[in-house]
Design a protein. Structure first.
Ligand code: PGA
Length: 634
């Protein structure tokens, strides 16, 4: 629960900060430039770098937020988020102490934090990131592993296209005091109580005399076009034709057209030379101009002191649009209302498909889960054996083993089990225990046998020897044997063949590791393990095979796969058997679950359609515990 709250919190913060950056990549670019300048390496950065970094950061934050919310690639996402926080937290402390830039820019212009507030926020987020990293596997998935790539891809793509669109045009949501409809005079007015107004750094100066023209330009009534070019040296000069047309239009209609720039006299002269500009220039602070419009150059239309419209250089009107006085030009009057509708429409493009996808995925998962129960006639369930098998592993000396087997025998004699019961013992117990259990309901299994028939293999025990003790089964392919004794699929194949040839039945174990599960490879792993060692058998031989699915991460760890997880893969394993031997044989194959199975969770696990019992390690070492699992079939 706490992990999921953290996941949603962190996800929401990342989606929010990613979104405000995506809708205003230029803002992040400027912020990065500010940082670079404050730290003294702005000259070393290639010009495209701040924008590229800004977009990359925005996309990373947005996508990680979505990954967290949907529970996609939980392990890697939590690692990257933690790494980010480990980098950002000391960085924000450094910024708070040295204060090279006033607002860190983590939430763009939407929420402005001081550097100390940012540091505090990062401490909280770092704690959350640590929790997520430690318990990432407890995070709930909103989307199945089959469909998560779609959400991921769609989020990256949407973020990328939206960032591209806003770079080409203007931020789709304007958080600055220069938004459409804003009254500049009002935004610049100092309150009586001395509070700093939203715009406090815009001062328009005459280029020649340095005289302050702010009031005379802003406060005079009428239509005014402000061409804003923070730095003419890097402004887009491809728009000079459009600017010439605009100049003519303003002359014809007696509107003021003035260019505000942060460049000096030389910069202005150079621009005039290149573009043939005939409009007047005034100087203003470069940062203030960058705040006013995210384009260089950009155009602002004022009616008196109210902002009527804003256009990026890519959107400047041409002579076709400039065909009537401003009052009659519909496109020149941008309404906040319509802008809002655009934003809603644009986000619907992301949110609605995503919701639909999640819903479809949910329905599909439900269908998959119930597929077998819905379509299979009930009798198929009765056709295969229910089995509870113990696997003592390397536990119990002979006397202890005999005592345990005796206790169990007596228990089951008193109360008949509703399933087949097998105990897997070390070799040393086999003969004695088999003899002891001869007349009982309990069958005996070895835990291994050699991959050679007989001969000079010191210390090995052949399938034939196992059979001669009276044992009926052998467990093969257990992950502990695969891992610690390097048993390969080929070796296991030889063992399976020898076991069957000697009249033993095989409990064949398969299952994935934690990494493989997290990489969503469990199905591929199980299929490959079956294909590597048992799918070569004939249908007749197959009758003597019991499959035990044992996720390695659940063995002896106390972590059980949930009944749903287990059922999902059991159904898959059965479908693999059906592919090779046909549905009828698959319906008769017993597939056991193994991995921290106990009396408390066995009923739920065994209640699933495709789970036909369990292979029990730890809980088979005490008669009462083992009996509780057997009782799950009652
Ligand atoms: P466990 O072992 O029940 O102790 O997890 C199962 C097994 O390895 O067979």
């Amino acid at each position: 629960m706490a992990v999921n709250i953290c996941r949603i919190l962190m996800g929401a913060v990342l989606v929010f900060s990613g979104t405000v950056k995506i809708i205003d990549p230029r803002g992040t670019e400027y912020k990065i430039q500010d940082y670079a300048a404050a730290l003294g390496f702005s000259n070393d950065l290639p010009t495209y770098m701040p924008l590229a970094l800004g977009v990359a950061l925005a996309l990373l934050e947005f996508s990680l937020g979505i990954y967290l919310m949907f529970g996609i690639r939980r392990k890697w996402t939590s690692r990257i988020v933690l790494l980010m926080m480990l980098l950002f937290t000391p960085w924000s402390l450094y910024l708070a102490i040295t204060n090279p830039v006033h607002d860190c820019g983590c939430f763009g212009d939407a929420i402005q934090l001081t550097n100390w507030q940012t540091f505090g926020k990062n401490i909280v987020l770092l704690t959350v990131a640590l929790i997520l990293w430690k318990w990432h596997h407890l995070g709930k998935r909103l989307i199945s592993q089959h469909s998560q790539w779609l959400v991921a891809l769609y989020s990256w793509l949407f973020g990328f296209l939206l960032a591209g669109y806003t770079i080409y045009t203007l931020p789709i949501i304007d958080f600055r005091p220069y938004h459409i409809g804003a009254d500049l005079a009002e935004q610049m007015a100092w309150k009586e109580d001395g509070t700093v107004p939203p715009i406090s750094d815009l001062m328009i100066l005459d280029t020649e005399t340095g005289q302050d023209l702010t009031d005379s330009i802003i406060a005079t009534p009428g239509w005014k076009f402000l061409l804003i070019a923070p730095r003419l040296e890097v402004a887009d000069d491809g728009v000079m034709d459009r600017l010439a047309e605009l100049t003519d239009y303003c002359k014809r209609n007696h509107y003021l057209l003035i260019c505000l720039t942060g460049s000096d006299h030389d910069g202005i002269m150079n621009w005039c030379d290149i573009t043939g500009a005939e409009y007047p220039f005034c100087q203003a602070d470069e940062t203030a101009l960058k705040t006013a419009i995210r384009s260089n150059p950009g155009l602002i239309l004022l009616n008196g002191s109210i902002i009527e419209g804003k256009w990026a250089s890519s959107q400047l009107p041409g002579y076709k649009e400039l065909n009537a006085p401003v009052e009659e030009l519909k496109w020149a009057h941008q309404k906040q209302e319509t802008m809002r509708q655009h934003v809603i429409a644009l986000f619907s493009l992301y949110v609605i498909p995503l919701l639909l996808l999640t819903l479809l995925d949910f329905i599909w998962s439900l269908y998959r889960k119930n597929k077998n129960t819905i379509h299979k006639p009930l009798k198929t369930n009765k056709m295969r054996k229910h089995i509870v098998a113990g696997n003592w592993k390397m536990n119990k000396n002979l006397q202890e083993g005999v005592a345990l087997a005796t206790e169990l025998k007596e228990m089951l004699a008193a109360e008949k089990p509703n399933c087949d019961v097998i105990i897997g013992t070390p070799f040393i117990h086999l003969a004695t225990v088999s003899d002891l259990l001869k007349d009982s309901v309990i069958a005996v299994s070895a835990e291994n046998c050699a991959n050679k028939a007989s001969g000079a293999y010191t210390g090995e025990v052949s399938a034939e020897m196992v059979k001669s003790t009276g044992a009926e089964y052998v467990i093969l392919g257990h992950s502990e044997r695969r891992e610690y004794y390097n048993e390969t699929p080929e070796i296991l194949k030889e063992k399976v063949d020898l076991a069957l040839a000697n009249g033993l039945k095989v409990i064949f174990c398969i299952g994935e590791s934690l990494e493989q599960r997290e990489a969503n490879e469990q199905e591929a792993v199980c299929k490959a393990e079956l294909a590597g060692s048992v799918f070569h058998l004939t249908a007749e031989q197959w009758k003597n095979i019991v499959i035990a699915y044992e996720p390695i991460w659940a063995i002896g760890t106390g972590k059980t796969a949930t009944a749903e997880q287990a059922e999902e893969i059991h159904a898959y394993i059965r479908s693999c058997v059906a592919d090779v031997y046909g549905k009828e044989v698959a319906d008769e194959t017993s597939i056991l679950y193994g991995g921290s199975c106990k009396g408390s969770n066995a009923p739920e696990l065994f209640g699933k359609e495709d789970i036909d019992g369990g292979l029990i390690g730890g809980a088979s070492l005490k008669a009462a515990d083992f009996k509780a699992i057997i009782d799950a079939w009652k």
